[in-house]
Design a protein around this ligand. Structure first.
Ligand SMILES: CC(C)(COP(=O)(O)OP(=O)(O)OC[C@H]1O[C@@H](n2cnc3c(N)ncnc32)[C@H](O)[C@@H]1OP(=O)(O)O)[C@@H](O)C(=O)NCCC(=O)NCCS
Length: 203
């Protein structure tokens, strides 16, 4: 399905992703999201408060004056049941990560959610991972049992390769989300050119 309404004809796959800075005034007027609370988070200032408090940073996609989507990122610690890096000689069950905090797209801005996630993975793999240890991307994928059918954001994240952090995931979860993670190392290696260097050395 393609973008519709005021976003008709817009290809979000390469859309500019802008950092939310104090000089950027984006009211969110007319922002429509499948989950109304994500409109409220923007319109009633939760996102801005988190940025002001340095709890997260936020990036947005706009089309003209209209907000098409936003994503927040923050530092996190991934805790898993197994030693998932044992093959690399790393015997931890907790790892440094960057978390997708809030993610929302206007329901008419098809492709906006994917663009924001793909942008975030690449941004963290290139800009952040070279500055400090960050092996994983995490997200608490929203699960709401009170809608029919239950609202389940995890299937969106699975498309990018995210998997559940806890093997014994039960439905409905005891909290309204399920933690997921994605290994950034393949992307970090690819984008840093290490894969290519390895090929050259082997030759
Ligand atoms: C989740 C969300 C950000 C996705 O954004 P979007 O712009 O609708 O996503 P895209 O149009 O880029 O979709 C990419 C693909 O994922 C699919 N998809 C979108 N939402 C999905 C969901 N909840 N579950 C499964 N697949 C989903 C789309 O159908 C599309 O599939 P296609 O490539 O085969 O066409 C958006 O639906 C949203 O804002 N939801 C409400 C808030 C929310 O759940 N945020 C995440 C909380 S953790």
């Amino acid at each position: 399905m393609s973008a519709s309404g005021k976003f008709a004809g817009v290809d979000f796959s390469e859309a500019e992703v802008e950092k939310l800075t104090p000089d950027l005034e984006v009211s969110g007027q007319g922002f429509r999201c499948n989950r109304g609370e994500f409109v409220t988070y923007w319109r009633q200032g939760r996102v801005q408060r988190e940025v002001d408090a340095r709890i997260s940073q936020c990036w947005i996609i706009r089309h003209g004056d209209a907000l098409a989507g936003y994503i927040t990122l923050l530092a996190d610690k991934l805790v898993v049941d197994e030693q998932i890096l044992e093959e690399e000689g790393v015997q931890y069950r907790t790892f440094p990560a960057v978390k997708i905090g809030l993610l929302a797209a206007d329901r008419r801005a098809k492709g906006c959610g994917r663009r924001l996630v793909e942008w975030a993975l690449e941004y963290v793999a290139t800009e952040i991972a070279s500055l400090l240890g960050v092996r994983f991307m995490t997200v608490d994928a929203l699960y709401d049992p009170d809608t029919n059918p239950p609202y389940n954001a995890s299937s969106f994240y699975e498309r990018f390769g995210f998997q559940f952090a806890n093997l014994d995931e039960v439905l409905p979860p005891p909290v309204p989300y399920r933690t997921m993670y994605l290994d950034l190392k393949p992307l970090i290696d690819l984008l840093s050119g290490e894969d290519l260097e390895q090929v050259n050395i082997d030759e």
